[in-house]
Design a binder for this molecule. Structure first.
Ligand SMILES: [Zn+2]
Length: 269
């Protein structure tokens, strides 16, 4: 599933190409999917300019002149500026922004598309239930959130209602970088650990965005290219491999049904 760095990379690529352009053509290629998402028509955005694209957590919000459209890419949603034959059967929407074609695909069909009020987009039901965005949150706010919680740190970081944007890849990588055991409870973390966690989170996200995210399984960006951050992964998907810092074998355990890989020595309880 694409997480904050992947969605942010998509946003930046789309922004560069599309901001200020008028939507001149829309074609719904998978009507059942669009209907399931409770969209009757997209006429209200036709012939209007795309003014801005926002990201909040793992959501993308397209703000047109009169209306907004929200996307959650689910497990396997993706945008492409072209239409490869092999993906044709997964095509949901085709949009044309003057001279640029944009296609939206979803392989497993878990994504969400919704029309929203452009002026109060943050008040939308989906976005309202989210916590602070992991890239935007300030150190003070992060500290307060941790202090007000009493649960294991891995579950805390994954909970979109508390902190929006992180998924399984970036929580595992973050806890490894911060040398914190994923089973540790938030109330047992020292001031030092909280501080380290906060700064490592910001650095991790910025680094991953600069490498256009991680391509595990099938993430590709709008030009069809893979991200490069998977090459920097140190624990995610590496159970049984040697820890790059100490050489111990990385172990894999489930925490609230989420697979978690960590080093039992560097991240001792
Ligand atoms: Zn280690």
């Amino acid at each position: 599933m694409p997480e904050l760095p992947e969605i942010e990379s998509i946003k930046r690529d789309l922004q560069r190409a599309l901001i200020g352009k008028k939507l001149t053509f829309v074609s719904i290629k998978n009507p059942e999917f669009i209907l399931k998402n409770k969209i009757d028509s997209l006429k209200s955005i036709l012939e209007t300019k795309l003014l801005e694209i926002k990201r909040y957590g793992k959501y993308l919000i397209f703000l047109f002149e009169k209306e907004g459209i929200l996307f959650h890419l689910g497990m396997t949603g993706f945008f492409l500026f072209f239409l490869p034959k092999i993906y044709k059967k997964y095509l949901i929407l085709s949009l044309k922004f003057q001279n640029i074609n944009l296609n939206y695909f979803d392989i497993r069909k878990f994504s969400k598309i919704k029309k929203i009020d452009k002026f109060n987009w943050r008040e939308n039901k989906e976005l309202k239930r989210l916590g602070k965005d992991a890239l935007e949150i300030k150190e003070k706010e992060f500290k307060a959130l941790i202090k007000n919680n009493k649960r294991c740190i891995k579950s805390f970081l994954l909970d979109q209602k508390v902190l929006a944007g992180l998924g399984n890849i970036y929580t595992d990588e973050l806890l490894y970088r911060a040398k914190i055991n994923p089973f540790k409870t938030t109330d047992s973390l020292s001031e030092e650990e909280i501080k380290k966690l906060f700064y490592e989170m910001k650095n991790l996200l910025k680094e991953a965005i600069s490498l256009k995210g991680s391509s595990v399984k099938n993430f590709i960006n709008v030009k069809g290219n893979k991200g490069k951050f998977q090459e920097k992964h140190m624990v995610y998907g590496k159970k049984g491999k040697e820890c790059l810092r100490c050489g111990s074998l990385l172990i894999y355990k489930k925490i609230n049904q989420r697979g978690t890989t960590f080093c039992p020595v560097c991240q001792a309880f």
